[in-house]
Design a protein. Structure first.
Length: 215
């Protein structure tokens, strides 16, 4: 499973990339709004740091406007993947821009049927939002699992990108059900590195090493 970071914070992204495990980044208007910087400027900064796909979101609401916006955003940088929300005009726009070779991440996916439609329209990625489904008492991971199975059944090239991840356990489960990608908030990614027994083990090895170094 490939690992993307779900953040627009450049320092967090630098740290993740330095760690050597970050294959891409996803942003959205809410994440960039927290940074107090213009969307395009931040996406370009991220594209320089990450050698992989960087999702940037379209906010238009009609198919024609989405197509125009997607074309414009895709021009920003070769790493850019345009995010288009799962709506009827969105599907039309996905079909039209995918045919031009623009990569699309279909966002706000909450059912396997939505994932199937976006895949048939030509999306490169479909992003089921796990946490937001769990928040309303649904099983977010079931949407990831069923979407993966449907895409596999029909050999569709679209990749499932597990999004709205809140816990390290969500990442484990996304990997177990075969999600192609997980986009992970920075705090969750850095938590994944840690285990109390690892820290304890290092302390013990260091203490023992001092015994023979002292000899
Ligand atoms: O990638 C989508 C993600 O940013 C949504 O996460 O936590 O706002 O549901 P969240």
């Amino acid at each position: 499973m490939r690992i993307f970071m779900d953040t627009a914070n450049i320092e967090e992204i630098r740290r993740g990339v330095t760690m050597g495990v970050v294959d891409g980044v996803t942003t959205n208007p809410s994440l960039v709004a927290k940074e107090g910087i213009e969307y395009r400027d931040r996406v370009l900064e991220i594209c320089e740091v990450v050698q992989g796909p960087v999702s940037a979101e379209c906010i238009s609401e009609t198919a024609d406007a989405l197509v125009e916006e997607a074309r414009r955003i895709a021009e920003w940088h070769e790493h850019v993947v345009v995010k288009i929300a799962m709506t009827e005009p969105g599907l039309e726009a996905i079909r039209r821009v995918s045919a031009e070779g623009i990569r699309v991440n279909t966002t706000l996916i909450f059912s396997p049927n939505q994932a199937l439609l976006a895949a048939r329209a030509g999306a490169t990625y479909v992003s089921p939002f796990i946490g937001r489904l769990n928040d309303i008492g649904h099983d977010g991971m079931a949407v990831v699992r069923e979407s993966v199975k449907i895409l596999e059944n029909f050999h569709l090239p679209t990749q499932v990108l597990a999004a709205s991840i809140r816990l390290p356990r969500d990442v484990t489960e996304a990997a177990l059900v075969g999600s192609h990608v997980a986009t992970i908030p920075a705090d969750v990614l850095f938590q994944m590195v840690k285990h109390p027994l690892t820290d304890q083990g290092i302390d013990r090895f260091l203490a023992d090493a001092q015994k023979y170094n002292a000899v």
